[in-house]
Design a protein around this ligand. Structure first.
Ligand SMILES: Nc1ncnc2c1ncn2[C@@H]1O[C@H](COP(=O)(O)OP(=O)(O)OP(=O)(O)O)[C@@H](O)[C@H]1O
Length: 263
């Protein structure tokens, strides 16, 4: 863990140095170093299999065989005190089909904030989270009868319960139509702007990168860039983040070839 003095500004949402992760016999993340600032949306982008989910699992503390430094909200990743401060939505929506939207949220709210004395607070949090994801008119519908996009939004509502400081979303827009995707991104921006929440959002759709304040671009378990979309486009003299990404991939491949030939 890095050292933070009491008078220092709050530590970043995530700080990693030389972060390496093995899955089975393979090293799937290699020596990553990056910072995720607070109160912004950081996009984690890269092709399928590059290690986005593994990195997210490491940050929320559910990944084994993690080495190097990985601090989250000033504590080592996986610290028990972080449990209620982080909201995490995996790729597979974790909702119970035989419960209504409201019942799903009440169930998770009771785990986060148990006891009779908290009943009123829980009710308020549940109602707000349902409204946040625009499902108020479906609050009494069985989750099993919702569309894929609506089920994703129930998962997101679960992550919003308890007002976490950091929300980690693994490919939240997969399978959504363009209107829902836009609405969800507007919601992310609203959450970051009005609550100061930090969002880490993975995607392999490069046009979503343009909607982020900062980007971590990954390829084959390594970090290609940690920058703003503007700075990336300027540095690579390209018009889009997608072109910037391809430019950085070409550079990385050329550098690897040069290294091979000079051995
Ligand atoms: N349980 C596992 N055991 C061994 N290797 C795994 C395991 N799960 C994933 N991997 C490997 O780890 C690498 C990173 O996988 P990860 O799921 O983190 O990628 P990703 O970028 O999130 O992919 P996607 O966008 O398809 O979800 C992949 O090469 C994958 O094959």
């Amino acid at each position: 863990m890095m050292n933070y003095a009491p008078d220092d500004p709050p530590p970043p949402a995530v700080q990693a140095a030389d972060l390496t992760v093995a899955r089975g016999p393979r090293t799937v993340l290699r020596g990553l170093g990056f910072t995720v600032p607070r109160g912004q949306i950081t996009g984690l982008l890269g092709p399928s299999g590059c290690g986005k989910s593994t990195l997210m699992r490491s940050i929320v503390g559910t990944q084994a065989k993690v080495s190097g430094t990985l601090d989250v909200l000033g504590r080592p990743a996986g610290h028990p005190a972080l449990r209620t401060r982080i909201g995490y939505v995996t790729q597979a929506p974790s909702v119970y089909d035989d419960l209504t939207v409201r019942q799903n949220l009440e169930y998770f709210a009771a785990i986060l904030d148990p006891g009779r004395a908290a009943a009123e607070r829980r009710h308020a949090h549940v109602t707000r989270a349902i409204a946040d994801v625009d499902l108020t008119s479906h609050a009494d519908a069985l989750a099993g009868n919702l569309s894929g996009g609506q089920r994703n939004r129930v998962s997101l509502a679960v992550a919003l319960l308890g007002t976490p400081e950091l929300i980690v979303l693994d490919e939240p827009t997969v399978g959504l139509d363009p209107v829902l995707r836009r609405d969800l991104w507007n919601l992310f921006h609203d959450i970051a702007a009005t609550r100061g929440t930090t969002l880490l959002v993975s995607s392999h759709v490069m046009d979503e990168a343009e909607r982020c304040h900062r980007l971590l671009l990954m390829r084959e378990g390594e970090l290609l860039a940690d920058d703003t979309p503007d700075a990336l486009r300027t540095r690579t003299r390209t018009d889009t983040v997608e072109e910037a990404f391809l430019h950085l991939v070409d550079e990385a491949v050329a550098a690897a070839r040069t290294k091979e030939t000079t051995r």
